[in-house]
Each structure stands twice: as structure tokens, then as C-alpha cells.
Design a protein around this ligand. Sequence first.
Ligand code: ASP
Length: 407
Amino acid sequence: MKKLKLPAWIFIGMILGILAGLALMGKGDITTAYIKPFGDIYINLLKFLVVPVVLTSIVSGVVSLGDIKRVGSIGWKTIVYYLGTTAIAIVIGLVFANVANAMGLFPVLETADVTYEANSSNVMDVIKGIFPSNMWQSFSDANMLQVIVVALFLGAGILVAGDAGKKFSEVMESAYAVVMKIMGFIIKLTPIGVFCLMTDVVAVNGPKIVGSLMIVIGVAYVAYIVHFVVCYGVSAAALSKVGFVKFVKGIWPAMVVAFTTTSSAATLPVTIDCSNQMGSDPEVSSFVLPLGATINMDGTAIYMGVTSIFIATCYGINLTLSQMAMIVLTATLASIGTAGVSGAGMIMLAMVLESVGLPVAGIGLIAGVDKLFDMGRTTLNIVGDSTCALYMSRLDSKRAARLAAKK
Ligand code: ASP
């Protein structure tokens, strides 16, 4: 018998959890007392990992930007493009999720075992709160915006310190590798975590949650497709002068690889090849695409927006506009911190949920079908990178032409 892969096990965990939950319906007190705690352990492990993942991945990312000086103007334009498209993506995700919610498509569950504290701070407080006065406290409070600021400073410090910073940079890179391994261990526990959480959710809430999961996946895919057509279609045609049909045909092989591997990093060689075939400058794409595979995740951002609204509704929480603005900010940052590997976005979702005070345990509701979200979001992630490579190549060749004309 062919060995089953993890996503298959996660799916099996979910199905078994649903069946066990149906069998135990009406015995919610038993499942909550004896089965759910194991799911909670899984959630705790996810949470404990968020700070080290964000810290080490962002420090390593900034250090790798050491080339930014060499690449000159491309560097900041790439980053502006990536951040801009990601912010658009998450707004699209939030709009579709809110429409679905207003249509009553998302359920309110009875499992709301959380004490929810509204996050009512104003914008200036939020901005002030981004800057830590005590780095260790940022870590221990898992204040993700502060952790990101610390990571950016550490990365910049390493770059500026030059040789003196090398050792520290190596330590951070090695820590990043170790943390990614730990993440691999914890992701392996997902089938068990999902089984335990699902059993309890279905035992307490009945089968209506299953239909709701199909709906929230549908909402995410509608948002993925809209972003693909509107944002990338416009970018390819208007900014890069590549017709939409030609673009889709050109990037198609990479889309298929992304859809099946659910990893931007694993898809990278194919993304580079497809982009170059379509006319990207290989020198530009070898800078823009690896950076994009690490920090540019529009699909992941949409997923975070949609699932945040879904989870909030499940727990009977209505998010305010300022909380949604907070989601735009943190999901943009979280998608930057998401590693380009399978399932990483789900771990970073914890950060988004925490930033607006939503229960991280809500991840347990969607974890069983995360693979289905991941296939679409990874595909969108790499398509976004490719549009950027085309656009930056065009800008770069224009710049080269301008410089040549001056001579
Ligand atoms: N799997 C995604 C990627 O590699 C990341 C995520 O889980 O959102 O692009």
C-alpha cells in the first residue's frame, strides 16, 4: 500500500473527528473534558512557535536583502509592489467574507468557550504599541507587531555591522533552520489535533459546521479568482504589456506545480522558468522571485482575511472596522513572515487572530480543510511573484534605456 501523505492523514483526522463527533452528539461535556484538551495541546504548540518563526524568518529575510543596494532601485519598487498587492488581496478577502457573512452563510457556534476582549485601542495607540520598550516582553507577550519591529532592527543591525555581524547572522540563519524543523514536527501532529478538535466541535454543535466549511472554502476561492483576474490581469496587461491570456498560458505550468505541492519555495524553479519564458529578465527574476516566494503571499493574505471573519462569526464576535483595518495590517505582515512551505499560512493565522483578540483555537475549526485553502493560496502566491518579475523587468529595461540614452 502506498504510504499516505500528511494532507491525507489530516483529512482522515477530520473525517474521523466528524464521525466521532456525530457518535458522541449530546455528550459534549465528555468530549470537552477528555478529547478537546489534546486538541488544545496542539494549538498551544502552534502558538509557541509563532514568535520564533517570525523572528528568525524576518531576520534572515532582511539579511538576504543585503543585495538590495546592488539591485538598487528594483529593491524598494519590488517591496512596494509586493506590499501593495498583498494589501489589495486582503481587502478583497475581507469584502467577500463580509458579504458572505451578511448573507448569513457563516454559522455561530455554541462552542464559544472564550472570554473575548474587544480590542478598542485607537490608531495612535496601535502605532505607538508597535514599538517595544522591552524586547523580551514583546517575545513573552507574543506581541507580533513588536516582534516584527525587533526582527527588522536586528536584520538591519546585522547588515550594517558587516563582518562583525556575520556570526550573529549565522546564528539567526541556523536558528531559522532549526525552527523550520520544529515546525515540521508540529505540523505532523495536525491529524491528531484536528481529530480531537473536530470531535468536540461536532459533538457540541452538530453537523451544521461541515457545510459551513465548504462555504468558507468557496468564499476564499471566489476571492482568489477575483484577485487573479482583476489585480494580476491588470498588472500583466497594463504594467507589463503582456496580454492576460498569454500570461495565463505562460504561468500555467507553475500554477499546476504550486497547486499540487502547496509550496511557493518548492515551485520556485518552475516559477522562474515560466517567468523568463514570458520575457522576464533572468537577472531581475532571480532577485524578485526568490524574495517573492519568501515574503509575497497574496493568496495567504486573502485566506487570513476570510478565515478571520469566519472564525469571529463562529464565536459570535462582530469585528469593528478598526479591527478589520488591524487585520489588513497584521495579515500583510503575517503573510510576509509566512514561509513558502505547505501549511505555513495556518500557523501565521494565529498571529492575525491574536492581534485582534480572536480565539486562536478557532484555527481548529478550519485546520482539517487547510490543505484545500492552501492549494489555492499557494497558486495565487506564485502568480503574484511572477507578475512582479515581469513588471520589474520592464522597469529595469526602461531604466537601462534611459541611462544608455544619457551617455
Ligand atoms: N503554502 C503557502 C506557500 O508556500 C504558504 C501558506 O501556507 O500560506 O506559498
